[in-house]
Design a protein around this ligand. Structure first.
Ligand code: C2E
Ligand code: MG
Ligand code: MG
Ligand code: MG
Length: 287
Protein backbone atom coordinates (compact mmCIF):
# COMPACT_ATOMS: atom_id res chain seq x y z
CA UNK A 1 0.00 0.00 0.00
CA UNK A 2 2.81 2.34 0.87
CA UNK A 3 4.31 1.54 -2.49
CA UNK A 4 1.09 2.36 -4.35
CA UNK A 5 0.79 5.65 -2.48
CA UNK A 6 4.37 6.48 -3.32
CA UNK A 7 3.71 5.80 -6.98
CA UNK A 8 0.59 7.97 -6.85
CA UNK A 9 2.57 10.84 -5.39
CA UNK A 10 5.26 10.36 -7.99
CA UNK A 11 2.69 10.48 -10.80
CA UNK A 12 1.12 13.61 -9.36
CA UNK A 13 4.60 15.14 -9.18
CA UNK A 14 5.33 14.12 -12.75
CA UNK A 15 2.15 15.60 -14.17
CA UNK A 16 2.79 18.83 -12.25
CA UNK A 17 6.21 18.95 -13.89
CA UNK A 18 4.68 18.27 -17.29
CA UNK A 19 2.18 21.06 -16.78
CA UNK A 20 4.86 23.50 -15.73
CA UNK A 21 6.96 22.66 -18.78
CA UNK A 22 3.92 22.93 -21.01
CA UNK A 23 3.05 26.32 -19.46
CA UNK A 24 6.58 27.55 -20.10
CA UNK A 25 6.44 26.54 -23.75
CA UNK A 26 3.05 28.17 -24.26
CA UNK A 27 4.26 31.39 -22.60
CA UNK A 28 7.36 31.37 -24.78
CA UNK A 29 5.17 31.11 -27.87
CA UNK A 30 2.86 33.88 -26.67
CA UNK A 31 5.88 36.06 -26.00
CA UNK A 32 6.78 35.98 -29.69
CA UNK A 33 3.79 38.19 -30.45
CA UNK A 34 3.92 40.29 -27.30
CA UNK A 35 5.93 43.18 -28.73
CA UNK A 36 4.00 43.66 -31.95
CA UNK A 37 0.66 43.26 -30.18
CA UNK A 38 1.67 45.97 -27.75
CA UNK A 39 1.37 43.72 -24.70
CA UNK A 40 4.67 44.79 -23.14
CA UNK A 41 4.81 47.93 -21.07
CA UNK A 42 7.12 49.62 -18.65
CA UNK A 43 6.49 50.55 -15.09
CA UNK A 44 8.73 53.11 -13.43
CA UNK A 45 9.98 53.10 -9.85
CA UNK A 46 11.46 56.25 -8.31
CA UNK A 47 14.99 56.43 -6.92
CA UNK A 48 15.58 59.04 -4.24
CA UNK A 49 18.40 60.59 -2.28
CA UNK A 50 18.27 59.63 1.41
CA UNK A 51 16.99 63.18 1.97
CA UNK A 52 13.87 62.24 -0.03
CA UNK A 53 14.51 64.06 -3.30
CA UNK A 54 13.64 61.88 -6.31
CA UNK A 55 16.43 61.98 -8.89
CA UNK A 56 15.36 59.30 -11.34
CA UNK A 57 13.40 56.17 -12.16
CA UNK A 58 14.14 52.52 -12.91
CA UNK A 59 12.23 51.07 -15.87
CA UNK A 60 10.67 47.71 -14.97
CA UNK A 61 9.15 45.49 -17.60
CA UNK A 62 5.57 44.18 -17.43
CA UNK A 63 3.62 41.90 -19.74
CA UNK A 64 -0.12 42.31 -20.10
CA UNK A 65 -0.95 38.79 -21.22
CA UNK A 66 -4.30 38.60 -23.06
CA UNK A 67 -5.66 35.80 -20.84
CA UNK A 68 -3.35 35.58 -17.83
CA UNK A 69 -3.30 39.27 -16.97
CA UNK A 70 -0.25 41.10 -15.66
CA UNK A 71 2.90 38.97 -15.64
CA UNK A 72 6.02 40.15 -13.78
CA UNK A 73 9.55 39.87 -15.21
CA UNK A 74 10.65 37.18 -12.77
CA UNK A 75 8.14 34.92 -14.55
CA UNK A 76 8.97 35.67 -18.17
CA UNK A 77 12.45 37.24 -18.42
CA UNK A 78 14.11 33.85 -17.72
CA UNK A 79 11.97 32.30 -20.51
CA UNK A 80 12.91 35.10 -22.87
CA UNK A 81 16.58 34.61 -21.98
CA UNK A 82 16.34 30.90 -22.64
CA UNK A 83 14.81 31.44 -26.10
CA UNK A 84 16.91 34.46 -27.01
CA UNK A 85 13.81 36.66 -27.28
CA UNK A 86 15.28 38.87 -24.56
CA UNK A 87 17.48 40.50 -27.20
CA UNK A 88 14.54 41.95 -29.11
CA UNK A 89 12.62 42.66 -25.91
CA UNK A 90 15.64 44.36 -24.36
CA UNK A 91 16.03 46.57 -27.41
CA UNK A 92 12.36 47.51 -27.14
CA UNK A 93 12.84 48.40 -23.45
CA UNK A 94 15.90 50.51 -24.23
CA UNK A 95 14.11 52.53 -26.92
CA UNK A 96 10.84 52.85 -25.02
CA UNK A 97 12.44 53.92 -21.73
CA UNK A 98 14.88 56.24 -23.51
CA UNK A 99 12.11 57.97 -25.41
CA UNK A 100 10.08 58.34 -22.22
CA UNK A 101 13.00 59.74 -20.21
CA UNK A 102 13.93 62.20 -22.95
CA UNK A 103 10.63 63.98 -22.25
CA UNK A 104 11.39 64.47 -18.54
CA UNK A 105 13.16 67.38 -16.87
CA UNK A 106 16.93 67.06 -17.27
CA UNK A 107 17.59 66.42 -13.60
CA UNK A 108 15.77 63.06 -13.79
CA UNK A 109 17.73 60.05 -14.94
CA UNK A 110 16.59 56.68 -16.17
CA UNK A 111 17.93 53.28 -15.11
CA UNK A 112 17.45 50.35 -17.50
CA UNK A 113 18.13 46.67 -16.77
CA UNK A 114 20.30 44.79 -19.26
CA UNK A 115 20.12 41.00 -19.35
CA UNK A 116 23.44 39.14 -19.56
CA UNK A 117 22.26 37.67 -22.90
CA UNK A 118 21.48 41.10 -24.30
CA UNK A 119 24.76 42.38 -22.91
CA UNK A 120 26.74 39.90 -24.99
CA UNK A 121 25.22 40.99 -28.31
CA UNK A 122 27.71 42.66 -30.60
CA UNK A 123 25.09 45.32 -31.26
CA UNK A 124 24.60 46.52 -27.65
CA UNK A 125 26.94 49.52 -27.76
CA UNK A 126 25.60 50.68 -31.12
CA UNK A 127 21.98 50.05 -30.02
CA UNK A 128 22.54 52.33 -27.03
CA UNK A 129 24.29 54.91 -29.16
CA UNK A 130 21.49 54.91 -31.73
CA UNK A 131 18.84 55.26 -29.03
CA UNK A 132 20.65 58.29 -27.56
CA UNK A 133 20.89 59.94 -30.98
CA UNK A 134 17.28 59.20 -31.89
CA UNK A 135 15.72 60.29 -28.62
CA UNK A 136 18.08 63.15 -27.81
CA UNK A 137 18.50 61.76 -24.28
CA UNK A 138 21.84 62.94 -22.94
CA UNK A 139 24.11 60.02 -22.15
CA UNK A 140 24.78 61.06 -18.56
CA UNK A 141 21.07 60.67 -17.76
CA UNK A 142 21.16 56.99 -18.72
CA UNK A 143 22.26 54.32 -16.26
CA UNK A 144 22.46 50.72 -17.42
CA UNK A 145 22.01 48.13 -14.67
CA UNK A 146 23.99 44.94 -15.05
CA UNK A 147 24.45 42.05 -12.65
CA UNK A 148 27.63 40.18 -11.83
CA UNK A 149 26.34 37.57 -14.28
CA UNK A 150 27.61 39.64 -17.21
CA UNK A 151 31.18 39.34 -15.92
CA UNK A 152 31.17 35.64 -15.15
CA UNK A 153 31.99 34.24 -18.55
CA UNK A 154 34.45 35.79 -20.96
CA UNK A 155 35.55 38.46 -18.58
CA UNK A 156 37.82 40.21 -21.12
CA UNK A 157 34.98 40.64 -23.59
CA UNK A 158 32.63 41.87 -20.86
CA UNK A 159 35.15 44.52 -19.85
CA UNK A 160 35.47 45.60 -23.47
CA UNK A 161 31.68 46.04 -23.75
CA UNK A 162 31.51 47.94 -20.45
CA UNK A 163 34.27 50.26 -21.64
CA UNK A 164 32.46 50.78 -24.94
CA UNK A 165 29.34 51.80 -23.05
CA UNK A 166 31.29 54.11 -20.75
CA UNK A 167 32.86 55.72 -23.80
CA UNK A 168 29.35 56.79 -24.86
CA UNK A 169 29.10 58.64 -21.55
CA UNK A 170 26.44 56.41 -19.97
CA UNK A 171 26.61 55.27 -16.36
CA UNK A 172 26.88 51.63 -15.31
CA UNK A 173 25.30 50.28 -12.14
CA UNK A 174 26.02 46.94 -10.55
CA UNK A 175 22.60 45.55 -9.68
CA UNK A 176 21.72 43.02 -6.96
CA UNK A 177 25.11 43.48 -5.32
CA UNK A 178 26.04 40.75 -2.90
CA UNK A 179 23.99 37.96 -4.45
CA UNK A 180 26.56 36.71 -6.97
CA UNK A 181 30.02 35.19 -6.69
CA UNK A 182 33.06 37.41 -6.51
CA UNK A 183 31.71 40.91 -6.42
CA UNK A 184 34.80 42.40 -4.82
CA UNK A 185 37.19 41.56 -7.63
CA UNK A 186 34.68 42.89 -10.17
CA UNK A 187 34.57 46.21 -8.37
CA UNK A 188 38.31 46.39 -8.65
CA UNK A 189 38.37 45.70 -12.37
CA UNK A 190 35.75 48.14 -13.59
CA UNK A 191 34.73 51.64 -12.43
CA UNK A 192 31.03 51.12 -11.74
CA UNK A 193 29.10 54.36 -11.20
CA UNK A 194 26.58 52.92 -8.76
CA UNK A 195 26.26 49.85 -6.57
CA UNK A 196 22.75 48.63 -5.80
CA UNK A 197 22.52 46.67 -2.55
CA UNK A 198 20.16 43.76 -3.13
CA UNK A 199 16.75 43.79 -1.48
CA UNK A 200 17.54 40.49 0.27
CA UNK A 201 19.88 42.47 2.56
CA UNK A 202 17.80 45.62 2.90
CA UNK A 203 14.68 43.66 3.85
CA UNK A 204 16.47 42.13 6.86
CA UNK A 205 17.85 45.43 8.17
CA UNK A 206 17.24 46.19 11.84
CA UNK A 207 15.71 42.71 12.36
CA UNK A 208 18.95 40.85 11.60
CA UNK A 209 22.27 42.13 12.93
CA UNK A 210 24.32 40.33 10.29
CA UNK A 211 22.37 42.08 7.53
CA UNK A 212 23.07 45.37 9.35
CA UNK A 213 26.81 44.67 9.32
CA UNK A 214 26.88 43.56 5.67
CA UNK A 215 25.00 46.66 4.55
CA UNK A 216 27.25 48.93 6.62
CA UNK A 217 30.30 47.24 5.09
CA UNK A 218 29.02 47.69 1.51
CA UNK A 219 28.25 51.35 2.17
CA UNK A 220 31.77 51.77 3.59
CA UNK A 221 33.20 50.03 0.55
CA UNK A 222 31.29 52.39 -1.73
CA UNK A 223 32.57 55.38 0.19
CA UNK A 224 36.16 54.09 0.00
CA UNK A 225 35.89 53.49 -3.73
CA UNK A 226 33.91 56.69 -4.26
CA UNK A 227 30.92 54.80 -5.73
CA UNK A 228 27.45 55.92 -4.62
CA UNK A 229 25.15 53.23 -3.20
CA UNK A 230 21.46 52.65 -3.83
CA UNK A 231 19.72 50.45 -1.27
CA UNK A 232 16.98 48.48 -3.05
CA UNK A 233 13.69 47.38 -1.53
CA UNK A 234 13.44 49.93 1.29
CA UNK A 235 10.01 49.38 2.80
CA UNK A 236 10.03 50.78 6.32
CA UNK A 237 10.96 53.99 8.07
CA UNK A 238 13.23 51.93 10.37
CA UNK A 239 15.20 50.69 7.36
CA UNK A 240 15.42 54.23 5.98
CA UNK A 241 16.66 55.61 9.29
CA UNK A 242 19.27 52.86 9.53
CA UNK A 243 20.49 53.62 5.99
CA UNK A 244 20.64 57.34 6.67
CA UNK A 245 22.62 56.72 9.84
CA UNK A 246 24.98 54.43 7.90
CA UNK A 247 25.42 57.25 5.34
CA UNK A 248 23.87 55.44 2.41
CA UNK A 249 23.27 58.05 -0.32
CA UNK A 250 20.29 56.68 -2.24
CA UNK A 251 17.14 54.65 -1.74
CA UNK A 252 14.66 52.73 -3.84
CA UNK A 253 11.68 50.80 -2.56
CA UNK A 254 8.02 50.86 -1.64
CA UNK A 255 8.68 53.45 1.08
CA UNK A 256 9.73 55.94 -1.64
CA UNK A 257 7.29 54.72 -4.28
CA UNK A 258 6.11 51.59 -6.05
CA UNK A 259 6.75 50.77 -9.66
CA UNK A 260 3.80 51.96 -11.72
CA UNK A 261 2.74 53.51 -15.02
CA UNK A 262 4.62 56.75 -15.55
CA UNK A 263 1.34 58.71 -15.42
CA UNK A 264 1.42 57.99 -11.69
CA UNK A 265 4.48 60.22 -11.44
CA UNK A 266 3.32 62.96 -13.84
CA UNK A 267 3.80 65.57 -11.11
CA UNK A 268 7.54 64.91 -11.28
CA UNK A 269 8.06 64.10 -14.93
CA UNK A 270 5.79 66.79 -16.41
CA UNK A 271 7.79 69.17 -18.56
CA UNK A 272 6.37 72.40 -17.07
CA UNK A 273 9.27 72.79 -14.67
CA UNK A 274 11.93 72.15 -17.30
CA UNK A 275 13.43 75.50 -18.26
CA UNK A 276 15.64 73.98 -20.96
CA UNK A 277 12.76 72.75 -23.11
CA UNK A 278 11.78 75.05 -25.94
CA UNK A 279 8.75 77.13 -25.05
CA UNK A 280 5.81 76.49 -27.35
CA UNK A 281 3.19 79.19 -27.81
CA UNK A 282 -0.49 78.50 -28.20
CA UNK A 283 -0.27 78.31 -31.99
CA UNK A 284 2.27 75.54 -31.72
CA UNK A 285 5.23 77.62 -32.92
CA UNK A 286 8.49 77.69 -31.05
CA UNK A 287 9.13 81.10 -29.52
P1 C2E B 1 15.74 44.45 -10.16
O1 C2E B 1 16.37 45.12 -11.31
O2 C2E B 1 16.61 44.18 -8.98
O3 C2E B 1 14.48 45.35 -9.79
C1 C2E B 1 13.98 45.53 -8.49
C2 C2E B 1 12.78 44.67 -8.23
O4 C2E B 1 12.37 44.81 -6.87
C3 C2E B 1 11.54 45.08 -9.04
O5 C2E B 1 10.78 43.90 -9.26
C4 C2E B 1 10.79 46.00 -8.07
O6 C2E B 1 9.41 46.12 -8.36
C5 C2E B 1 11.04 45.27 -6.78
N1 C2E B 1 10.95 46.15 -5.62
C6 C2E B 1 11.35 47.43 -5.55
N2 C2E B 1 11.16 47.94 -4.31
C7 C2E B 1 10.61 46.95 -3.58
C8 C2E B 1 10.16 46.87 -2.21
O7 C2E B 1 10.27 47.80 -1.42
N3 C2E B 1 9.67 45.66 -1.81
C9 C2E B 1 9.56 44.60 -2.65
N4 C2E B 1 9.04 43.47 -2.17
N5 C2E B 1 9.95 44.65 -3.96
C10 C2E B 1 10.47 45.81 -4.41
P2 C2E B 1 10.22 43.51 -10.68
O8 C2E B 1 9.71 44.74 -11.39
O9 C2E B 1 9.28 42.36 -10.50
O10 C2E B 1 11.51 43.03 -11.46
C11 C2E B 1 12.22 41.89 -11.06
C12 C2E B 1 13.49 41.74 -11.82
O11 C2E B 1 13.23 41.51 -13.21
C13 C2E B 1 14.38 42.97 -11.81
O12 C2E B 1 15.10 43.02 -10.60
C14 C2E B 1 15.25 42.71 -13.02
O13 C2E B 1 16.29 41.83 -12.70
C15 C2E B 1 14.28 42.04 -13.96
N6 C2E B 1 13.79 43.04 -14.93
C16 C2E B 1 12.83 43.97 -14.81
N7 C2E B 1 12.69 44.70 -15.93
C17 C2E B 1 13.62 44.23 -16.79
C18 C2E B 1 14.00 44.59 -18.12
O14 C2E B 1 13.49 45.54 -18.75
N8 C2E B 1 15.00 43.85 -18.69
C19 C2E B 1 15.62 42.84 -18.04
N9 C2E B 1 16.60 42.16 -18.66
N10 C2E B 1 15.30 42.47 -16.79
C20 C2E B 1 14.31 43.17 -16.17
MG1 MG C 1 17.53 46.67 -11.61
MG1 MG D 1 18.22 44.70 -8.12
MG1 MG E 1 16.78 41.64 -8.99
Amino acid sequence: RAKAEGRGRFCAFNSRMDRRMHDRRVLQQDLRHAIKRGELMLHYQPQAAVTGEIFGFEALLRWHHPTRGLITPDEFVPLAEESGQIVEIGRWVLNEAGREAASWPNRLKIAINISPIQFRQDSLVSDVHTMLLETGLSADRLELEVTEGVLVQDFARALQILRGLKALGVRIAMDDFGTGYSSLSYLQSFPFDTIKIDRSFTSKLVADSSADEIVRAVIGLGRGLNIPIVAEGVETEEQRAFLEDAQCQNLQGHLIGRAGPIAQYAGLTGAEDNPSLPQIDTDGFHV
